[in-house]
Structure formats: C-alpha cells, structure tokens
Ligand binder design. Structure first.
Ligand SMILES: Cc1cc2nc3c(=O)[nH]c(=O)nc-3n(C[C@H](O)[C@H](O)[C@H](O)COP(=O)(O)O)c2cc1C
Length: 166
C-alpha cells in the first residue's frame, strides 16, 4: 500500500502537470490518481491535493472531497490559477481550502500560474465576476513552465524533509 497519495482535479491539464512534477519528486511509496478515482484515503500517511482556482475559490468537486477528509490527515495543497502568484486573488482559494479542512493537518501549500485558452479568456471577460482578473490572466499563457514544475518538485521535497515517512 502506498503511503503518499497525489491527487488532483484538472480540467485543462495544468494542475495535472504540477501533480506529475510533485509525484516525480516524492520517495517510493506513492500513488497518483485523479480526484474522481480516489475511493478511500484512510491508509495514506500524507495527501497532496491539487486543484485549479475557479471563481476565486475551490471547484465544487474538490470542496466536497475536502469536507469528507478524516480528522488529523496530513495534507499539502497545490493549486494553479490564472492570476498573478501571490496576489490576493490567487491566495483566496487555498485559504478557503484550508478553512474547510480545519480538522486536517496542513503541512504545506504551493501554487503557480496556469494558462487559460483564448476561448476561455473571451468567455470569462464577458462576466462581471471575472473581468477584474481576466486581463491579468492573459500573461499566464506560458505556465506552468519548467521553472514552475521545478518549484513544485522542490515543494514536494521540502514537505518530505519536514514530514519524512515513518
Ligand atoms: C471557469 C473558470 C474559472 C476560473 N476562475 C479563476 C479565478 O477565479 N482566478 C484565477 O486566478 N484563475 C481562474 N481560472 C483559471 C484557472 O484556474 C487556470 O487556468 C488553471 O491553471 C486551470 O487548471 P487546469 O488546467 O488544471 O484545469 C479559471 C478558469 C476557468 C476555466
């Protein structure tokens, strides 16, 4: 049985790429699965859970998954977003994810930018809820890039340094 699970929700592949980079950097006893395929997390020692920011928050499927996590589970979050890294817009979703998993032990967070297709940008630009960040998101076009993926690997190694498997 693997001790570490990397799981992710990804509509257009950005978060999946980051998940795969994290997975590569982890030690042997590990598994990677899309969120939809995760049946039970009880036997894992540590979960890396990734999602794209949707409407400044956590996608609904991820939210319901997080709300069911067993108390005390070690969790590291990662996300991708169109807005600039470190901006309030990019932080809100991770902060929300942490707030709804208050019984879990959050061992780290990582986020980087992820491109939106031109078509998605055009559609979102028409909505008042999104127009504030859509122009900013256009410059995420090349992300996640190799530097982002290397940072994701470094994040995974750092979490394992802090919380080595027993
Ligand atoms: C419907 C929709 C809503 C989005 N809302 C936000 C948002 O509120 N803030 C943001 O920074 N990015 C937003 N994005 C951009 C995505 O978070 C970003 O492109 C992400 O990397 C997509 O990940 P994925 O390829 O794994 O699905 C949105 C994208 C879509 C399609």
């Amino acid at each position: 049985m693997a001790k570490i699970l990397v799981t992710y929700f990804s509509l257009t592949g950005n978060t999946k790429k980051v998940a795969e980079a994290i997975f590569e950097a982890l030690p042997e006893e590990k598994q990677i699965l899309p969120l939809e395929e995760v049946k039970n997390v009880d036997d894992y020692d540590l979960l890396f859970i990734g999602f794209p920011v949707h409407s400044h928050s956590v996608p609904y499927k991820v939210e319901s998954f997080l709300k069911k996590l067993p108390p005390g589970k070690k969790v590291a979050f990662f996300s991708t977003h169109g807005s600039l890294t470190g901006s309030e817009l990019s932080r809100q979703a991770i902060e929300y994810a942490i707030s709804i998993t208050s019984q879990a032990k959050i061992v780290g967070t990582f986020s980087c930018r992820g491109r939106l297709s031109q078509a998605a940008l055009e559609i979102l630009r028409r909505s008042p809820e999104h127009e504030a960040w859509v122009d900013m998101a256009a410059s995420a076009f090349h992300h996640p890039d190799e530097n982002d993926l290397e940072d994701a690997r470094a994040f995974a190694r750092w979490v394992m340094t802090l919380y080595p498997l027993k």
